[in-house]
Design a protein. Structure first.
Ligand SMILES: Cc1cc2nc3c(=O)[nH]c(=O)nc-3n(C[C@H](O)[C@H](O)[C@H](O)COP(=O)(O)OP(=O)(O)OC[C@H]3O[C@@H](n4cnc5c(N)ncnc54)[C@H](O)[C@@H]3O)c2cc1C
Ligand SMILES: Cc1cc2nc3c(=O)[nH]c(=O)nc-3n(C[C@H](O)[C@H](O)[C@H](O)COP(=O)(O)OP(=O)(O)OC[C@H]3O[C@@H](n4cnc5c(N)ncnc54)[C@H](O)[C@@H]3O)c2cc1C
Ligand SMILES: Cc1cc2nc3c(=O)[nH]c(=O)nc-3n(C[C@H](O)[C@H](O)[C@H](O)COP(=O)(O)O)c2cc1C
Ligand SMILES: Cc1cc2nc3c(=O)[nH]c(=O)nc-3n(C[C@H](O)[C@H](O)[C@H](O)COP(=O)(O)O)c2cc1C
Ligand code: FES
Ligand code: FES
Lengths: 308, 283, 308, 283
């Protein structure tokens, strides 16, 4: 039996369904290249905005070992698109399949970043409407369906490059937000970003994170991510490709997301370790083993399997 | 004290049990942890949380059971906040992180550093003394002036007792010879016949100079340098703030100690580093 | 120094801040009595509705060992208030400080249950607006501020017994919902209920829960619960008492919730073990030790400590 | 097979490697698990997930390394769904849950049961045979008719080989004597001088009758009964679906095996049980 790990996400095809999630190992062209060479299907940059930002004060990332998770409040530290362009250009020269994650404080900033980078042959732009670690005029953009619709629609008019929308799990009704994004013309839905969270040190009676509040990623959020992808697939079926993110620590977790409805997955926390290359290898081995055992010839046959 | 060891986890709170002025604007601290700290090796580091203020990487200067020694040089608000801490105060520790120095057998051990780079070299000195022929341990330290030489008394005493050979120098000649520590290092390398390993920790510019110098000598069989002059957030490999080009190695997990072979591949070594924004900055 | 574990929640005082969370060990008068005798400050019944419900098919509760958590889709199985009244009466005879959790598919059902039980000297009614395991006309009541306001207001008019509102974390803006509850006249806010979640078995390609979807409780959700309590206290200050729930496995976790702003905590998953009495003893020991070390004379001195 | 053991976790998928008709509307299954199952004791149980259908508690009839034996009697849709499973099919297992039988030394072991209650008694029989004087093991089994006697051949064979004494009876007299197993039990208790322990598993009504009988005999030093005729959801103590009055003991973790002292305190034993709604139902 012929077996291929390649997967189609809308018009894009990547060599396997494993994508580096934004913000983990994605600050420089060099880590992105490294992770692609490690065997991932594609890589996503750290979210890039209009201006240079130092992010939030430290502590801004630490592990919660007992629940195999991480809390972070990096807060979109980035050099701004003009400077980061240099890193992207190196990636393009290297033919690294790269998705650029972009964010803005408002519609204008999103537009500025997109305009500034849209000539580059990147695989897609992932719109980060969902970072819980900054205050942009109060709530996050990703909780407001109107705003989501408007931003996607305007960006859509400006580029043919696929637009992915990354959803936050911190909403009452993800279908409402997702529908707004789809209506605006996005190509792919990505779920989920981190869960709003916080950790307090009881000895000093202080929040540990410099920003006080943060976002939870890692194994703790996997059952939540699976639920979001399942709900989205239940609603949209195969009308729009889905990408699952959250708590992938094993090949089995990737399969779980695919069965729930994802065409690909993004992996963050579990690659933020000393030997990410080994992790990628284990993931790949496990996916192959599963496909062989269950006689799947392609990833698309697994996608949404639990709904059938 | 529980039987737990220090894991990659949220900060574990330790209490400062000793504080002393080590040298100009530099304090030493002993911090007692509620857990056993096993297997910390020279060159590894911890993330130090000064509650409500800042968190940053700090090298391990010493370790006995659950008592950790660090040396902290004033650089900005974060290190200043630590300098204000007193015996009895709590600070948070995450770690142990990073790859250590890996000294081979039967070589001259040439430790060279300056500033807070001396902290991992202190633990390395101790470790080498307990394992190897003492005659082969040379410590080269440089500073602006005598009052800025870290661990001066401790190193001088070891030298006097014949346990190490201590080469000190200052910019102003207030202690040792006047000039850079590379002067003595070069002299030593010209004279020695034995294979030598250089261990360096300090400002990256200085390390680059040492690296270029060391490459000229065939008897320098390895150089191991601590790239500790870079920005870090997580300390365990997640954020890539500390990554170097073009390899994508992260200093926190793939380093901070890199050997000659690896240093050759790091094109930004001594050239530029990344700021907290990810922007490059010339060194 | 005199030290007391007693805590005030509005007009109510209980002997210590540990309350049994609804749905865990709360199906019968006998487990509720047992847990009070184990040393808790008060106990909450399983959520009780207007009619008898069998709940969702099994599997409906299982553990996720790696993240010290549980997923459940019990789905408000209960005998209806008329039958459960008998169990409450036994609790009242035993003077067990009992909070009755009530739910309804709509305002009328909430009213019916309250009317049917309001003559009983219970400590409070906890309004469960937040169970993710049933479909009540689509979304959960707890995501709709208007509905929350109206229900609380009507119930408020019918009883002097304190009304607690249990909030769901599956919302875009918890402050909006909480404000509606406060405006309606509730006495106490309780956060959080379970997170929407799901687990799929990749071998059989089936959701494991009989109801497919479920709610996540346990250690994985503690950083989320802390964040909610912190955010609520940040907004309401000491204007309304808060109760923290979610992932308490240790005395330290209780302190963390108190510091974040809670006057008491509810504990579920970690008491659902073979020896809950031991857990309660450990919790209590740890709280006392902490209070002694930090020279706290009362719980109220700890409450909100991180905000000062 | 990994080195993992069966923890309280989501169902671990096992494959059915053997299936046989044990008796009328009752199938035996051997299920191979991908993990080692250690220390399962008679009286303990697992939660069996029939994917897409139902999950319910099932006693452990046998266990060797990673192969679990169960016996499943048709009761409703859930057990029927399992009856449709064939060799090669996957089912989910959670556990091991519950407190086991705790047989003392130097007593008559009187095992009495009916229906699916025979499954834990099978493992208990095996365990006792490997530990104790065989002469002292008596198994009393009752059923409506011969074709409903579980493990009949196996027990008869043990009896023939002198390893146990098997007392069988049926309502219709089609095998053994006609009547209830309590008849033979009472007779035996009247005759024996040795202290005896009764182990019972089966319909709660029957167990209550045995309990009342046993209490009349001074030489019955303990009775251990499996309260397995109750509704369960979680199996590990979280939901309290299986709680008994007035003690609040949960059958899944405080039982399912309760001894005389505890049974005395369970006022609803043989009187009522709780349905899945929590409502009481007379037994
Ligand atoms: C592996 C490693 C080991 C170190 N060991 C020691 C040690 O043993 N003793 C010691 O005194 N110092 C050590 N440092 C340096 C120490 O972390 C910085 O001096 C400290 O972070 C400065 O913080 P600040 O707020 O005082 O200064 P700031 O004013 O914030 O910054 C001054 C300079 O310090 C550096 N810096 C600031 N924040 C960080 C950060 N989060 N991570 C890394 N560098 C930062 C930057 O180069 C910056 O330009 C080590 C650094 C690394 C990477
Ligand atoms: C500790 C324990 C050990 C058991 N061991 C065995 C065994 O080894 N072999 C065996 O055949 N049966 C055993 N049972 C009983 C078995 O769980 C039920 O027969 C089964 O759940 C019936 O499900 P159903 O869908 O076929 O029947 P249904 O039509 O759903 O119900 C029929 C009856 O089965 C009982 N029942 C239903 N669901 C459950 C449930 N979730 N938990 C407990 N009882 C339930 C109820 O009394 C109900 O009235 C055991 C039960 C317990 C509590
Ligand atoms: C340190 C860190 C930084 C992150 N930064 C970003 C970011 O800049 N943009 C973004 O969209 N997501 C960011 N995320 C979220 C991840 O992309 C991902 O959605 C989330 O971590 C869940 O996946 P995981 O459990 O595999 O990590 C970050 C996560 C972590 C841990
Ligand atoms: C098995 C189970 C059943 C539950 N049933 C209810 C319920 O009926 N009503 C309710 O308000 N919360 C219910 N909950 C939620 C808990 O009360 C609590 O909010 C949640 O589990 C988080 O706390 P924990 O992590 O301490 O368990 C249930 C939780 C579990 C695990
Ligand atoms: S500090 Fe985060 S990867 Fe090194
Ligand atoms: S079955 Fe849930 S407590 Fe026993």
């Amino acid at each position: 039996m012929v077996m291929s790990l390649a997967t189609k996400i809308g018009n894009i095809t990547i060599r396997n369904p494993m994508i580096l999630a934004s913000g983990v190992l994605g600050t420089t062209y060099s880590t992105l290249n490294r992770m692609y060479e490690a065997g991932l299907g594609a890589v996503i940059t750290k979210s890039i905005g209009a201006k240079s930002r130092s992010g939030n004060p430290n502590p801004s990332v630490f592990a919660l070992n007992e629940i195999r998770s991480v809390i972070n409040s990096v807060g979109l530290a980035n050099p701004g698109y003009q400077i980061f362009r240099e890193d992207i250009e190196i990636l393009m020269k290297n033919s690294t399949p790269t998705i650029v994650s972009i964010f803005g404080e408002n519609k204008e900033e999103f537009k500025e970043v997109l305009e500034g980078l849209k000539d580059l042959p990147v695989l897609a732009f992932e719109l980060n409407f969902s970072c819980p670690n900054t205050e942009m005029g109060g709530a996050q953009i990703g909780t407001d369906p109107d705003l989501v619709y408007k931003i996607v629609k305007e960006l859509r008019a400006k580029t043919k490059t696929p637009l992915w929308v990354k959803l936050t799990p911190n909403v009452s009704d993800v279908i409402e937000i997702a529908s707004a994004a789809v209506k605006g013309g996005c190509d792919t839905l990505v779920a989920i970003n981190t869960l709003k969270a916080m950790v307090i040190d009881i000895h000093t009676k202080q929040p540990i994170l410099g920003y006080k509040k943060g976002g939870l990623s890692g194994a703790a959020i996997k059952p939540v991510g699976i639920r979001y992808v399942y709900d989205l697939y239940e609603h949209f079926g195969d009308k729009i490709p889905l990408i699952g993110v959250g708590g992938i620590f094993r090949g089995e977790d990737i399969i779980e997301y695919l069965l729930a409805g994802a065409s690909a997955v993004e992996i963050g926390t579990s690659l933020g370790v000393a030997y990410p290359e080994n992790m990628v290898r284990f993931f790949q081995m496990k996916i192959k083993k599963y496909m062989k055992e269950h006689q799947f010839g392609s990833i698309s046959e697994i996608t949404g399997g639990v709904h059938r | 004290m529980t039987n737990q060891t220090l894991l990659n986890d949220k900060p574990i709170m330790g209490v400062i049990v000793e504080k002393w002025e080590e040298c100009f604007e530099t304090y030493g601290f002993k911090i007692e942890l509620p857990v056993k700290v096993q297997n910390a090796k020279p060159g590894q580091f911890i993330m130090l949380w000064v509650p409500g203020e800042d968190e940053y990487p700090i090298g391990i200067a010493g370790l006995k059971d659950s008592i950790l020694e660090v040396g902290i040089a004033k650089m900005g608000p974060g290190t200043e906040a630590m300098h204000k801490k007193e015996v009895g105060d709590l600070v948070g520790i995450r770690g142990i992180y990073g790859k250590p120095f890996t000294p081979p057998e039967d070589v001259n051990h040439l430790l060279i550093g300056g500033g807070f780079g001396m902290t991992p070299l202190k633990l390395l000195t101790e470790t080498l003394m307990s394992n190897e022929n003492k005659q082969n341990i040379h410590v080269f330290e440089g500073a602006r002036s005598k009052d800025r030489l870290m661990y001066l008394e401790w190193l001088r005493d070891l030298h006097d007792r014949g346990k190490i050979i201590f080469h000190a120098c200052t910019d102003d000649g207030s202690y040792g010879y006047q000039g850079f520590p590379t002067v003595d290092l070069e002299m030593f390398l010209q004279e020695t016949e034995t294979p030598s390993v250089i261990y360096a920790a300090g400002p990256e510019k200085m390390m680059k100079a040492i690296f270029d110098l060391g490459k000229k000598f065939a008897n320098v069989v390895d150089m191991q340098m601590s790239l500790a002059d870079r920005y870090m957030r997580c300390g365990f490999g997640a954020c890539s703030s500390c990554a170097v080009d073009p390899t994508g190695w992260r200093i926190c997990v793939d380093g901070p100690i890199f050997n000659t072979e690896k240093l050759e591949k790091i094109s930004d070594f001594g050239v530029y580093k990344r700021l907290e924004t990810g922007e490059k900055k010339r060194i």
